[in-house]
Design a protein around this ligand. Structure first.
Ligand code: SAH
Ligand code: SF4
Ligand code: F3S
Length: 436
């Protein structure tokens, strides 16, 4: 019996798909990369923006025919969309061939749901209200070697006015620091080289004994082994000098931080309920750069938030320059039913938002290109993480997150490789391994 998992959304979901794989392995299934040959197909969905949902709907819908031909095929839908108010009923109605529906709070029940489905042949829908547990006991089948993800917390309490996450992921729950440090230790011992601590807002982590995020990060960085440490996502409202100190103290912690700004306008930031100002954000970046001059800052930005004016958008453009982002994820605001912003007056027409997005992308790309160009002729240490079949080159990232490609006759995945950078193209660097 073979499984195929389709994942949408953030790192959190990618890691949860590794747990889904763990459950399926436990039931004797093996992985199948071809969706058409699988006996069970699991969709791990995302509902952060409308296009993420449309994507999933399209791909689930495409299986109607296959299910007709193969009655034994099991189709399961889980993740954030399944947990979203009203969506479960919609999936049930729209896709009568979906066999199993499970939410974000009962992932650990998937094995039982599969047994149930096989026994009764009826559809099984199981969605749970939030539960307090932070240990699911599932052993993930990790797919990101040499990288590994470690959850440090679940859920979110921030209720940014545009965001659906607090509704589908529940309230903040932190794992015990001891459990996290132990997991980091065993990953390091297993040879993982890049460990990323995950949470919707890692800065508000609170361990059982009051451990703060900087303290947790410090403990993780003291774990023995030759690995890099990253974390995401940091919320600017809880950013502290102590965090900067810890990053500075440890070589293991990459000099790169993902600090989503969302907007450069104070009025929009306030409407978004972000709880910081443009000036506070910029002062954090200044502090970071004073202490760690080479630190790369990446961000998330939303354009076209309700009532955003051209002038306010231009404040976002100017902030991009001032903050000196090395790259950014940029999105058109997407109204999410049930969130405060979706009910706001002054929704921005799509053409206006699209135009703003295009101008923002150009502004960010200009900086990205300039940073890439500054690498040419220098060396960069990358952690080789894969092979690009199309380019026929190995690839990996440096500590700042910049992607470097190189040729090699031997498999170097999982090794640190020194590259002399020969040329740059957009965000990508191309180099020659100098230690091979
Ligand atoms: N917890 C993280 C982000 C999670 S969602 C944080 O607070 O930074 C990832 C990104 O998606 C957000 O940073 C935001 O830029 C974007 N996003 C969230 N909701 C959105 C919406 N309704 N429309 C467009 N972009 C959205
Ligand atoms: Fe969403 Fe805000 Fe929570 Fe991030 S911090 S997940 S943007 S509500
Ligand atoms: Fe992640 Fe999407 Fe859910 S971004 S938390 S998978 S809504």
């Amino acid at each position: 019996m073979k499984y195929h998992i389709v994942t949408y959304g953030c790192q959190m979901n990618l890691h949860e798909s590794e747990k889904i794989a763990g459950i399926l392995h436990g039931k004797g299934y093996t992985e199948e990369s071809d969706i058409d040959s699988a006996d069970i197909i699991v969709f791990n969905t995302c509902c952060i923006r409308e296009n993420a949902e449309n994507h999933a709907f399209g791909n689930i819908g495409a299986l109607k025919q296959r299910k007709r031909q193969n009655k034994d095929l099991i189709i399961a839908v889980g993740g954030c969309m399944a947990q979203e108010a009203g969506k479960a009923a919609l999936i049930k109605e729209k896709f009568p061939f979906v066999d199993i529906l499970f939410g974000t709070h009962n992932l650990d029940e998937l094995g039982d749901l599969i047994d149930k489905k096989r026994a009764q042949r009826k559809r099984v829908f199981s969605l749970k209200e939030e539960r307090g547990e932070t240990e699911d006991g599932i052993v993930p089948v990790r797919t990101g070697f040499p990288g590994a993800w470690v959850n440090i917390m679940y859920g979110c309490n921030n209720f940014c006015s545009y965001c659906i996450v607090p509704y589908v992921r529940g309230r903040e729950r932190s794992r015990r620091a001891e459990d996290i440090v132990r997991e980091v230790g065993s990953l390091a011992a297993e040879g993982y080289k890049e460990i990323t601590l995950l949470g919707q807002n890692v800065n508000s982590y609170r361990g059982e004994d009051g451990t703060t995020f900087p303290e947790l990060l410090d403990r993780c960085a003291r774990v023995e082994g030759d690995f890099r440490l990253r974390f995401m996502t940091s919320h600017p409202k809880d950013f502290t000098g102590e965090l900067v100190e810890v990053i500075k103290r440890h070589k293991k912690i990459c000099n790169q931080i993902h600090l989503p700004v969302q907007s450069g306008s104070d009025r929009i930031l306030s409407l978004m309920n972000r709880r910081y100002t443009r000036e506070k954000y910029l002062s954090e970046i200044r502090l970071l750069r004073e202490e760690i001059p080479d630190c790369a800052v990446t961000t998330d930005i939303i354009v076209g938030f309700p009532t955003e004016t051209e002038e306010e958008f231009c404040e976002t453009l100017s902030l991009v320059k001032e903050a000196g982002f090395s790259s950014a994820f940029m999105f058109i605001y997407s109204p999410r039913t049930g969130t405060r912003a979706a009910a706001m007056e002054g929704q921005i027409p799509e053409e206006v938002a699209k135009d703003r997005l295009a101008r923002l992308i150009e502004a960010v790309n200009e900086q990205t290109r300039a940073i890439s160009a500054s690498y040419v002729g220098k060396t960069a240490e990358i952690l080789c993480e894969g092979f690009d079949e199309k380019k026929n080159l190995y690839l990996g990232r440096d500590e700042y997150g910049r992607m470097g490609y190189f040729e090699s006759k031997t498999n170097r995945i999982g090794e640190y490789v020194m590259l002399k950078i020969d040329r740059a193209n957009g965000i990508s660097l191309y180099g020659t391994a100098v230690d091979a």
